[in-house]
Ligand binder design. Structure first.
Ligand code: NAP
Length: 285
């Protein structure tokens, strides 16, 4: 039976600039169809200077929840009336929920997505014991630091090309988080339990961060937030060194799960192979 949308449909969506290549509409609409929900999930690309106007327009009751992606995540937090601890700590929101009273609540499911991906692809990894090295100090790195600290990470080194940016990030989190330049990697990697690429290096098939992954302990887990291509050069180097790897696509899928539940009021059906759908869209199969 085809998917029917009535006047009572629950509407969710995603906004970003650009939004054409977003995987979220494919994922959420597959879950909607599988559950036979009277619902829709639609993409929007508001003009960059009118993001706040766009969100304010939704306060009238147009939509239950809205995912927000690059470049609007920080502004999404600022435009909201209330925010979760995670969104506040991350300094960014990837989900805005609209109340019946017109108020907007900001949340961040990127962090749970990161932890969920690690739990699935590196289940033996214990976040409470091992030092973490995060490469990059942008929005994705900040969200990762927030989620890992809340999950009990004992120590996080944020390594960035622009050390001042890493320092600014570390300063907002306190003593468990330190800022380092790339020259500190040979000293940091032999102690690291988890290494995460949160830079944009490797996107589109280029070389990943220059970190020598053979310096890491045999038990270290290596994650790449970049998922185009799925097996980035960074992950391939980690595999060649014999390290367990976690890919960015799993993070994307895992952030979508709590988002779907928040908007549509039920967990997504495990019967839909969204990873296969996403891989097909990425041209990986
Ligand atoms: P961002 O705010 O633009 O930060 C980019 C980071 O990459 C900065 O730390 C930047 O260093 C670093 N960088 C860029 N070019 C570099 C180079 N040539 N050499 C060394 N460092 C370089 O981006 P973001 O929002 O944090 O996103 C980072 C990546 O995570 C993106 O690829 C994004 O697609 C991915 N991501 C994935 C997911 C997922 O669900 N899998 C979710 C969120 C983000 P400087 O500060 O020195 O410029």
């Amino acid at each position: 039976m085809s998917h029917v949308i009535t006047g009572g449909a629950i509407v969710g969506g995603v906004c970003g600039q650009p939004i054409t290549h977003s995987m979220s509409p494919v994922i959420h609409n597959a879950w909607i169809a599988a559950a036979g929900l009277d619902a829709a999930y639609v993409p929007f690309a508001p003009a960059a200077e009118r993001f706040e106007t766009f969100v304010d327009g939704l306060r009238g009751g147009a939509m239950r929840g809205l995912n927000v992606t690059i470049p609007f995540k920080e502004r999404a937090l600022a435009v909201a009336d209330t925010a979760s601890d995670l969104a506040r700590m991350a300094g960014a929101a990837n989900l805005l929920m609209f109340g019946e009273d017109g108020r907007v609540h900001a949340d961040n499911t990127d962090g749970p997505g990161l932890l969920g991906a690690i739990a699935i692809q590196a289940p033996s990894f214990d976040v409470t014991t091992a030092p973490v090295v995060i490469l990059g100090a942008g929005g994705a790195a900040r969200g990762a630091v927030a989620a890992l600290l809340l999950a009990g990470a004992p120590r996080i080194a944020v390594v960035n090309r622009t050390v001042a940016r890493a320092q600014e990030l570390a300063d907002t989190f306190g003593e468990k988080v330190v800022a380092k330049g790339e020259d500190a990697l040979p000293a940091l990697l032999p102690e690291a339990g988890l290494i995460i690429n949160a830079t944009s290096l490797g996107l589109g098939g280029g070389a990943g961060p220059a970190a020598d992954l053979t310096l890491t302990p045999n038990t270290a887990v290596v994650m790449d937030m970049v998922y185009k291509p799925l097996r980035t050069e960074f992950l391939r180097r980690a595999e060649a060194a014999g390290r367990l790897t976690v890919d960015g696509l799993e993070m994307l899928l895992r952030q979508a799960m709590p988002t779907f539940e928040a908007i549509y009021g039920q967990a997504p059906s495990p019967s839909v192979d969204v990873r296969a759908l996403a891989l097909k869209r990425l041209g990986e199969v």
